[in-house]
Design a protein around this ligand. Structure first.
Ligand code: SAM
Length: 282
């Protein structure tokens, strides 16, 4: 997979050189380049923002540097921002998206929510481009223009406001990158994680079995794999009901075995038409 990130703070993306994502880049599993938006400005001060039309607080990111940058990174597949700029200036690579539309992800608190399902979906793409906004965001016309050449997806990390898109990109690239084949050593560990099956993960423990008067649940030491699997499933139900009951609304309970229905019943949920319904008295 190819990923391009455009930002006015390229150094903010330095953590993507570390750990599993850094190793994936070294191993050639992920081709990730970070570009400085200011390299695509034409004035002496390398200006990327201006005052908002209609007045109001804050500054807005100017459209032309974004058009230059996005044209270059999408079309040029360049090795660095300098090359990308040259490709854009020369018009050498033609319009972006001419060989299949790359996905342009625009981090925004006003975007669709980024979830584990989104991460799986985006991990199937050949090329992702991330446009990191700052200030009050990017001139809206950039997204309209870009949609001719990219599949544009404004995307939110959650219902809060960050100072810029970089932190959101770090999170999204990590979530997507770890799903690429070969990035995580044991692919089994991706299957049992929180959100992989619409539930939160069960609690985990390691040695010693007794620590500061707290014992690991006995079933985990029993060696009975059937019982361990059932305990873990029921812990997933308990934890999800306690911490994220909103997730249970979408949970498909139609094929749950009797013991699992009982576990949900103990938590105050009945299975009705394959869905979990919280009992009013629970
Ligand atoms: N005025 C914008 C609004 O209310 O929608 C917020 C701008 S915010 C201060 C600056 C930039 O941070 C945004 O353009 C976006 O790139 C990023 N950002 C802020 N919150 C975010 C979130 N929850 N998810 C993704 N990106 C976010």
């Amino acid at each position: 997979m190819r990923i391009d990130v455009v930002s006015i703070f390229p150094e903010y993306l330095a953590p993507l050189e570390l750990s599993l994502i850094g190793k994936a880049r070294q191993d050639g599993l992920l081709d990730l380049k970070v570009h400085d938006l200011r390299d695509f400005t034409t004035d002496r001060h390398r200006t990327v923002d201006d005052t908002p039309y209609g007045g109001g607080a804050g500054m807005v990111m100017k459209p032309e540097p974004w058009a230059q940058a996005l044209t270059a990174v999408a079309a040029g597949r360049s090795e660095d921002a300098g090359d990308a700029r040259a490709a854009s200036d020369a018009g050498a690579a033609g319009p972006p998206g001419s060989a299949g539309k790359p996905v342009l992800i625009v981090p925004s608190p006003a975007g669709e929510r980024f979830t584990q399902a989104t991460a799986h979906e985006l991990a199937e793409e050949d090329q992702l481009v991330f446009a990191c906004g700052r200030y009050e965001g990017i001139d809206e016309r950039v997204l309209e223009w870009a949609s001719e050449h990219f599949t544009v997806r404004p995307m939110s990390l959650g219902d809060y406001v960050l100072n810029g898109g970089e932190v959101a990109v770090l999170a999204m690239v990590e979530a997507i990158g770890r799903l690429l084949p070969g990035v995580v050593g044991n692919p089994e560990s991706l299957v049992e994680e929180s959100h992989s099956d619409g539930l939160l993960e069960y609690p985990v423990y390691t040695k010693p079995s007794s620590w500061r008067d707290r014992d690991v649940p006995a079933v985990l030491l029993s060696g009975n794999h059937g019982k361990i699997a059932q305990w873990r499933r029921h812990e997933q139900y308990r934890r999800t009901a306690e911490r994220r009951p909103d997730l249970l609304v979408e949970f498909d309970a139609g094929k749950l075995p009797r013991a699992d229905r009982t576990a949900f019943s103990d938590l105050g949920y009945d299975v009705v038409d394959g869905r979990l319904l919280r009992r009013p008295d629970a």
